[in-house]
Design a protein around this ligand. Structure first.
Ligand code: SAH
Ligand code: SF4
Ligand code: F3S
Length: 481
């Protein structure tokens, strides 16, 4: 009889998967919950694959689980507080079920190392982002009554050979990690400490994974890295090179070439990528985007601040003028229809009102399609925490952030209003949140579009005539079946 297994993350819903062979006696149930960036969600799919290989059955109810794994984020203090609250809930469950194992994965695990296990005693197992292959051994250590920790950061690990189990996928879009770690030392950022040195994954394994996804019916892949523009792969330097001869030339493969290789798989496979770094984004990448219709016309180019002194303190290694020049390059090469989005931090150390106003004026100049906006949260051990006092009062940070958010909403609404009466090609991804009579998908520019289902199905490309909008969503009708 065909059995189903279920995996859950905090994105909600469930996905049935084929039964995996058990190698270790009675099947145990695993519940996975994920937080943080797309890379973390992508990592949970690798963890799911490793655990399925160990014969674990997946559940979407933590109270049914024998093992709970929580894949965590450490980017801001608030992210860690959310996870601490979840650990309280899981530890309540442990009171009812003493043999329950609770494990912490990801960036907060890496940052706090043994603290949650030895001092706070709220977990049984700790595995950092480069230690997932070790999970089977760590679990067996816990089974034998020991606490288990592996927070070793690797210079080579890319999990290139592990086929991720796609969690909560509707079978249309998928993430592919193309690199790990980060070599930039933005002074506010914990990522270099939690994810280690930057390393690029073998391009052949990336293209293979994208091809397999396409063959399985997927229509969109998003290539992920903290700084995709610094993707660099040289066969002779790679410790685990598995490329066939046509890739094993002396030529280094940069991000622009990788993009083209993935785009070449099929013109109906959409390719997205994130995140671009203003200091590294080359014209070559922009020309590659222009050359392939299936590379989506959207660039996430986080600015963080519009003021050059603050950018210097942030160690972003570009200034306002450099950033503006990169925006001009996007507009010149790709035209006005390429969407641009950003991340912004309000109230970084010593930021004055005038410097905050520079962020607002840069926003007016660029007119971002959308942004992720935060107020500064000091992270222990970072350059900023060591060198600069966190001296902007919280109320001021929050007020500045609300000004940034209000401006972004204006710009998003303005862009969306310009879309009214236009026709966009939309890839249908899922049912709309509000009604099963409506589908939701995205344009090449990453705009969410909601429209009546009619005779279409998930995974179809449809042309949608936009009739109305709000700041977050476009609404319309399909032109043809
Ligand atoms: N690699 C990406 C960013 C990854 S972190 C880049 O360089 O753009 C995602 C976003 O979180 C950052 O762009 C930044 O805006 C925000 N962020 C990172 N550290 C933060 C901190 N200490 N406080 C507030 N926001 C932070
Ligand atoms: Fe953090 Fe900067 Fe690296 Fe982005 S580029 S992950 S902000 S250190
Ligand atoms: Fe968070 Fe780690 Fe991603 S700190 S944002 S989960 S790289």
């Amino acid at each position: 009889m065909e059995q189903k297994i279920f995996i859950s993350t905090d994105r909600g819903g469930t996905k049935s998967l084929p039964k995996q062979p058990s190698t270790h006696g009675p099947m145990r149930k695993l519940y996975i919950e994920s937080y943080g960036c797309q890379m973390n969600f992508s990592d949970s799919e690798i963890v799911a694959s490793i655990m399925a290989g160990q014969g674990f059955i997946f559940t979407d109810h933590y109270h049914e689980a024998d093992l709970i794994l929580i894949n965590t984020c450490a980017i801001r203090d608030k992210a860690e507080q959310t996870i601490r609250n979840r650990l309280l809930v899981f530890n309540q469950q442990k009171l009812k079920q003493p043999d329950l194992i609770v494990g912490i994965l990801g960036c907060m695990a890496e940052r706090l190392k043994t603290q949650l296990l030895e001092e706070e005693k709220v977990v049984d197992l700790v595995a950092g982002p480069d230690a997932y292959r070790d999970l089977p051994r760590l679990i067996s250590q816990v089974d034998q009554g020991y606490k288990a920790v592996n927070t070793f950061l690797s210079k080579e690990e890319t999990y290139a050979d592990i086929a991720p189990i796609r969690l909560h996928s509707s079978g249309v879009t998928a993430f592919i990690s193309i690199m790990r770690g980060c070599n930039n030392m933005c002074s506010f950022c914990i990522v270099p400490f939690t994810r280690g040195r930057e390393r690029s994954r073998d391009p052949y394994s990336i293209v293979q994974e994208a091809k397999q996804l396409f063959e399985a019916g997927y229509k969109e892949v998003t290539l992920l890295g903290q700084n995709v523009d610094s993707y660099r792969w040289h066969p002779s330097e790679a410790a685990t090179a598995t490329s066939p001869d046509h890739l094993s030339s002396k030529n280094v493969i940069h991000f622009a070439q990788l993009l083209a290789m993935v785009a070449e798989i099929d013109p109906t496979l959409r390719v997205r990528f994130s995140t671009s770094h203003p200091k590294d984004m080359t014209d070559e990448v922009l020309y590659t985007m222009k050359a392939y219709d299936n590379i989506c016309k959207h660039i996430h180019l986080p600015v963080q601040s519009g003021n050059s002194r603050i950018l210097k303190l942030m160690n972003r290694t570009y200034d306002r003028a450099w950033y503006v020049e990169r925006i001009h390059a996007i507009r010149n090469i790709l035209g006005p229809s390429c969407a641009i989005s950003s991340d912004m931090i309000a109230g970084f150390c010593s930021e004055t009102e005038a410097e905050h106003a520079d962020t607002l004026s840069l926003m007016d100049y660029v007119q971002y399609d959308f942004s992720f906006m935060f107020y500064y949260s000091e992270r222990p051990g970072t350059l900023a925490a060591r060198k600069y006092p966190d001296d902007v009062p919280e109320a001021v940070k929050k007020r500045r952030l609300s000004e940034i958010i209000a401006k972004q909403r204006e710009h998003a609404l303005m862009h969306n209003q310009k879309s009214i009466n236009q026709v966009y090609q939309v890839l249908i991804e899922k049912y709309s949140k509000k009604s099963e009579a409506f589908f939701q998908g995205r344009t090449s520019q990453n705009k969410i579009v909601v429209f009546p289902k009619e005779g279409h199905k998930i995974g179809d490309y449809v042309d949608v005539h936009i009739t109305s909008c709000n700041a977050a969503t476009l609404f319309g009708n399909t032109l043809s079946i």
